[in-house]
Write a protein that binds this ligand. Structure first.
Ligand code: NDP
Length: 500
């Protein structure tokens, strides 16, 4: 078997130093989709050394803003040129539908363009009034240095782009480690960066597993910043590993997100239909493997029975299958491990007293093609409460839990009863209540009468254990920069603090 070259170091594609490789599986049939290099510590160290040299001695951190923005725009154009191919790769690798893959490509194209525009429209520094005409005081923003990026399997292209675009816009160099489960679109993106003219060594990719590659990146003394997206357990380890060298840490760790529905939102047939439809979308898109999934339906008691019955009826009809098949609405879970985890959460919830309204098992092999994939039926669990693990923990599966409230205060208390704080929604036709509740929710994004949209101009990230820092928006760029205050005395003279 010939060596697989998916590791990119200092401008060259290469196999793992050890020669090891890994099979990437198609979650729709559990068959081999591709082979990739299984990098280790030696590959990681070589990639960090290349990024370090490029930052310390190379041209990229010193290129003009206009050149960096132009490169990001070329990448955006190339993403659109390869839109169909990348969407297909993402669909086969993650299991999501082809259409979701296309949406991801369009979204990341917008992110590259947004960060290009953002840096082009900046003034280049902030003049500060030092209170004296003899002082020129200015705050400038410089790149942090070598950035390590560790990304998950649910939105591989998108998560990589949300880190790479601002990091490059700010003048950094980077090493990225995609998830071992879904590395393919990151490899494609790196090829586009090279084609767009990124100098050798500025961008490096190491395919391999969390430990050792991710762990080595997090602890590496020559890495200045680590940006991680993934689960709480791994994120905690990354923060611990980064502490020894006091590197900057950005964490996006997911959420346990409330979707709060007031009865008034369901007062008309149209309102009811919209709220049910969006609750379905909130919970089950990409089989629930979304950090902002609306996995907790928190509904006013007077409409609960009708709402949950209709939700379960529609959830049962979601068409499962291979994401590339026409008409398929939901693909498989990403891996056997994720499927087993979903099964464990449902079993635990039922043992703890939840009532099953639909789903609760893998679909019958006769109902699904290919039958060997990691499919799980969309599941609605009623009569849930905050003591259940399925309500407290991120399941990352197609599981929707239902909790009920009677008053606005109860709704807010339930929605905030989570150690996470990534996103949430409130559904109501009462404008005052909408703003009141949105203001009281301790979550990084709050939707009013909608679910899931995000904008490249608006910060994304969470309160509490949803992480540290923000992606997208001006803060998403500032994660990758160090502010520096330059104070220039135009008329120096002795201060005479000491007698002398
Ligand atoms: P992880 O948090 O383990 O994976 C995310 C990334 O971190 C992957 O690239 C992984 O590598 C890497 N990684 C794993 N361990 C370490 C480590 N010790 N040091 C540095 N990097 C590491 O997510 P899982 O794939 O295991 O999923 C676990 C749970 O995390 C999910 O069920 C879900 O609840 C949550 N999750 C949240 C996401 C979000 O967007 N917030 C995204 C994905 C998962 P590799 O995969 O190659 O081993």
């Amino acid at each position: 078997m010939s060596a697989v070259e998916t590791i990119h170091v200092n401008g060259a594609w290469q196999p793992a130093a050890s020669g090891a490789q890994r099979e990437v599986l198609d979650p729709a049939d559990a068959k081999t989709l591709a082979l990739v290099a299984e990098g280790g510590v030696a590959d990681t160290d070589a990639a960090v050394a290349a990024a370090r040299r490029s930052f310390d001695e190379g041209t990229w951190p010193r290129t003009t803003v206009a050149e960096r923005a132009a490169l990001l725009r070329r990448v955006a154009d190339l993403l659109q040129r390869d839109r169909e191919a990348i969407a297909l790769t993402e669909s086969r690798d993650t299991g999501k539908t082809l259409e979701e893959g296309r949406v991801d490509v369009d979204d990341v194209t917008n992110a590259f363009r947004y960060f290009a525009d953002l840096v082009m429209n900046e003034s280049g520094g902030r003049v500060v009034d030092a209170g004296s005409p003899d002082v020129h005081s200015v705050v400038v923003y410089e790149p942090v240095g070598v950035c390590a990026m560790i990304t998950p399997w649910n939105y591989p292209l998108l998560q990589a782009s949300w880190k790479i675009a601002p990091a490059l816009a700010a003048g950094n160099t980077f090493v990225i480690k995609p998830s071992e489960v879904t590395p393919l679109s990151t490899v494609h993106l790196m090829k586009l960066l090279v084609e767009a003219g990124l100098p050798a060594g500025v961008g490096n990719v190491v395919t391999g597993s969390g430990d050792p590659v991710g762990a080595r990146l997090a602890e590496h003394p020559d890495v200045d910043l680590v940006s991680f997206t993934g689960g709480l357990a791994s994120g905690t380890k990354v923060m611990e590993a980064a502490a020894a060298s006091v590197k900057k840490v950005a964490l996006e760790l997911g959420g346990k997100n409330p979707n709060v529905v007031f009865a008034d939102a369901c007062a008309t047939e149209e309102g009811f239909d919209t709220a049910v439809d969006q609750a379905l979308n909130a919970a089950f898109i990409h089989s629930g493997q979304v950090c902002s999934a609306g996995a907790r339906l928190i509904i006013e008691d007077s409409v609960r029975d009708r709402f949950v019955a209709e939700l379960a009826r529609r959830a049962e009809r979601i068409k499962l299958g291979r994401g590339t098949e026409p008409g398929v609405e939901c693909g498989p879970l990403v891996s056997a491990a994720q499927l087993a985890k979903t099964e464990r959460y449902v079993a635990a919830a039922l043992a703890e007293g939840a009532s099953l309204r639909c789903g609760g098992s893998r679909p019958e092999p006769s109902q699904i093609r290919p039958a060997t994939g990691y499919f799980y039926s969309p599941t609605v669990l009623d009569h849930c409460h905050g003591e259940m693990s399925v309500v407290r923990e991120e399941t990352f599966g197609p599981i929707l839990t239902v909790e009920t409230f009677h008053t606005e205060d109860e709704a807010v208390a339930l929605a905030n009863d989570t150690e996470y704080g990534l996103a949430g929604a409130v559904w109501t036709t009462d404008a005052g209540r909408a703003r009141r509740v949105a203001g009281r929710l301790r979550h990084g994004t709050v939707w009013i009468n909608d679910y899931h949209p995000y904008l490249p101009q608006a910060e994304w990230g969470g309160f509490g254990k949803s992480g540290i820092g923000r992606e997208l928006g001006p803060s998403g760029l500032n994660e990758y920069r160090e502010p520096k205050h330059i104070y220039q005395n135009l008329a120096p003279r002795p201060v005479r603090w000491f007698g002398g």
